[in-house]
Design a protein around this ligand. Structure first.
Ligand SMILES: [Ca+2]
Length: 250
């Protein structure tokens, strides 16, 4: 026991058989190997995280990157193709309405790179090719009191009314034609003897069935010089810059 301390001397000396010692060594070696493997895996994981993202995320990122690359490659290709044909400022705008693609009176209007058809009421479809039928057949266009319906350019209808009826659909009964004030320019209205019409008696200077015309009092030319200005049953001679004066610039 020489060389051992007093405390060491109190401890029992452990002696192991050679087989037990060898077994302990193998276990120790195995554990050491396992620890190394675990350490290696841990380091690998840390490196993986440091270098980027878990595998699944990396795959997604790769996909996105591929898409971006494809998109980026697409537009330059398009631009290149366009610029290789004709520069944009030299391209003449194509008149898509030149061929008159709209049918049945539809109006063609240009759009960016195309056109559209503005169809009359009666027609529908991209090119106004669908006929929905005469507008006079529609209930809302039926003329009343035996009025006659007439379609105008597929857009709207008018009613020709029987005597003593008026209104858009001939819905109004006329008791006295002069109640509708048909005469213009302060003319006098008188209903006909048989009640089937009226007559307008015009004041001086007007003519027409409803006295709607201002008679041209400058015909024939009354002014000796200058410019004649028509009035109502009168005229005025403008002598400006003529060197003449007087009512007729004479
Ligand atoms: Ca006149």
């Amino acid at each position: 026991m020489a060389g051992r301390t007093r405390w060491q001397q109190r401890l029992p000396t452990l002696r192991c058989p050679a087989s037990v010692a060898g077994s302990h060594l193998r276990i120790l070696a195995t554990m050491t190997t396992m620890v190394m493997v675990v350490v290696a895996i841990t380091i690998s994981g840390v490196v993986g995280q440091t270098s980027g993202v878990p595998a699944a995320t990396s795959a997604a990122t790769t996909t996105a990157a591929t898409t971006t690359a494809a998109t980026t490659a697409f537009f330059p290709t398009t631009e290149a193709a366009t610029s290789s044909i004709v520069p944009a400022e030299e391209v003449e705008e194509v008149d898509h309405c030149l061929t008159q693609p709209c049918r049945n009176g539809g109006a063609c209007h240009m759009l960016d790179g195309g056109y559209y058809c503005n169809c009359p009421t009666r027609y529908t479809g991209l090119h106004c090719e669908v006929d929905s039928g005469p507008l006079c057949f529609r209930p809302e266009n039926q003329c009343l009191n035996n009025g006659l319906c007439r379609e105008i350019q597929g857009n709207y209808t008018i009613c020709a009314c029987q005597v003593r009826f008026t209104g858009g659909l001939c819905e109004t009964v006329i008791d006295n034609f002069c109640e509708l004030n048909p005469c213009e320019n302060s003319a006098t209205c008188q209903e006909n003897e048989f009640g089937d019409g009226y007559t307008c008696y015009c004041p001086p200077g007007f003519s027409g069935a409803q006295c709607e015309n201002n008679i041209d009092d400058c015909q024939p030319q009354p002014c000796a010089n200058g410019r004649c200005m028509d009035g109502i049953s009168s005229y005025t001679c403008d002598c400006t810059d003529t060197g003449y004066t007087g009512a007729l610039c004479q």
